[in-house]
Ligand binder design. Structure first.
Ligand code: FAD
Length: 462
């Protein structure tokens, strides 16, 4: 595995134009230089190295198990862990879970929480002002946004981690394996870890998050300016508050999901852990660049409170007593020109890290996992791996990158800085009702059919 492959740029361009135009006559596919049909010998025809055991890597691993795709999951940390508290999913993500493995969807149902008010089943959040009185002083009545197709569900990340990991055999996972470097060759990828170990894989799927190293092996040569994530112009404080305490502070506003909007500030609260806790994400928007090396910055409790105390109802400020005074700088990948480079591919935040305003980053991980594991299940010969990655890129990238873009715009809406909507709350709610719908209603079965069709046509020509 000595020769480093050039990235087959010209042949990829032809594959893209084929997908774009629907024409197939001029398809010029990456030529296989190595062919091992090991199915004949009863061995898996290829093995995938999955780098990173977050929501993306774990869900993809479950998809691989369902599709009989052989893999090893490498994780830098000494054990499974998910950072943060709550995570919510839209109907698209729930469908993806169901299509990956119905057991996953059922188990998620067992750990998730909805709104407490029965007639708020289809409400994503109620929109209120952050200002003193939450808008009542100007006559505002909390207004819901959501959709018939949507059912409010969120979970504690710890509970989600438990169900995801319960579905993955431990002998497929290697902990304390931090990827240091990779080298791509004609017949696979050589991975070097920080502890000096070297591993081989037929291909690599980088699920190593927004800061992971795999992204550079896909983009650095062709699109160096797109490797690093960019600061989205805001940071967040996070907390979980016992629901009993939250009820004492917020009263009836505590039980159902709420989006409090103010000038350059946004508080989102929703129930998790079967309604026993309230999850809080408090965002502070600022024009200032993030100049720190680390993406978290510890401040004093007074500094945290000072970020909000001018403009925010004291009840919301009180909730911050449960937050660590740590600013989480929110970074994203606004542009990702491709998700793959021959035998290396990106999935989840390493491909399309997004801001949390539309609660869709983890849901997009699920969609990625569904499509890519399904495609790899169709791969019979390892020379087809780059084709599967190319088809995945065509199906997934436009949608996932659109989520990144609209989520950033939603951040403007949530801080009253959207150039058209500004402070017009009625128009904001109207806009939010439309803005989420295309994410939630998406036809994943259609994606799988399109993916199958493209892959079959391309593979038949190799
Ligand atoms: C405040 C906040 C709220 C959010 N709320 C929601 C929500 O409600 N709904 C939603 O859908 N999304 C939400 N998201 C987004 C969601 O959390 C992410 O999109 C998702 O967790 C990304 O998962 P991932 O597996 O791609 O990456 P990560 O979770 O970052 O996992 C990457 C893994 O790779 C490992 N790794 C990194 N480098 C290496 C290396 N060199 N070698 C080996 N392993 C490595 C890491 O240790 C880690 O385990 C939110 C995000 C934030 C910040």
């Amino acid at each position: 595995m000595g020769t480093i492959l050039s990235c087959l740029r010209s042949t990829y361009t032809s594959v893209f134009s084929f997908f774009g135009t629907g024409q197939q006559d001029d398809v010029d596919l990456p030529k296989a230089t190595h062919s091992v049909d090991s199915k004949i010998h009863g061995e898996p025809p290829f093995e995938i190295a999955i780098i990173g055991a977050g929501i993306g890597g774990l869900t993809f691993a479950i998809g691989c198990l369902k599709n009989n795709v052989s893999f090893v999951l490498y994780e830098a940390a000494p054990k499974f862990s998910l950072v943060g508290a709550g995570v919510g999913f839209g109907p698209n993500a729930l469908r993806a879970m169901d299509m990956i493995d119905p057991k996953l969807r059922t188990m998620y149902g067992d750990i998730s929480s909805g709104n407490v008010t029965p007639n708020k089943l289809h409400v994503a959040m109620d929109a209120l002002y952050t200002e003193e009185g939450f808008g009542t002083r100007r006559g505002w009545v909390p207004a819901p946004f959501g959709a018939e197709c949507y059912e409010r569900t969120s979970a504690h990340r710890w509970d989600l981690l438990n169900i995801l990991t319960s579905m993955i055999p431990r002998d497929r996972v290697r902990f304390n394996k931090r990827v240091k470097a990779m080298e791509q060759a004609e017949d696979g990828v050589t991975i070097t870890f920080e502890d000096g170990e070297v591993a081989q894989a037929s291909a690599v799927v980088g699920t190593d998050g927004v800061k992971g190293p795999v992204r550079s092996y896909v983009l650095a040569e062709r699109y160096p300016s797109e490797v690093a994530a960019t600061y989205s112009g805001k940071y967040a404080y996070r907390a979980t508050i016992p629901m009993d305490d939250a009820l004492k502070i917020l009263g009836s506003h505590a039980g159902d999901a709420k989006c409090f909007i103010g000038h350059n500030v946004n508080f989102m609260t929703y129930p998790i852990s079967k309604g026993t806790q309230l999850n809080l994400v408090a965002c502070k928007f600022s024009e200032d660049p993030w100049t720190y090396d680390q993406w978290t910055k510890t401040v004093t409790r007074e500094e945290m409170v000072a970020d909000f105390s001018d403009t925010v109802d004291r009840r919301l400020v009180k909730l911050l007593e449960w937050a660590d005074p740590v600013q989480w700088a929110l970074h994203h990948h606004m542009n990702t020109p491709t998700y793959c480079n021959n035998r290396i591919c990106l999935l989840g935040d390493s491909a399309h890290a997004t801001t949390p305003h539309q609660a869709s980053g983890a849901g997009q991980c699920m969609e990625d996992a569904l499509i890519l594991s399904h495609l790899l299940g169709n791969v019979e010969n390892e020379r087809e791996l780059p084709l599967a990655f190319q088809v995945y890129d065509v199906i997934r990238r436009p949608r996932a990158q659109r989520v990144v873009k609209t989520s950033q715009e939603t951040g403007q809406i949530y801080s009253f800085t959207h150039p058209e909507l500004r402070e017009d709350m009625a128009k904001i709610v109207e806009n939010l009702n439309k803005r989420f719908l295309w994410i939630w209603e998406h036809d994943l079965k259609g994606d799988l059919d399109r993916a199958d069709h493209m892959f079959r046509k391309l593979a038949s020509q190799t």
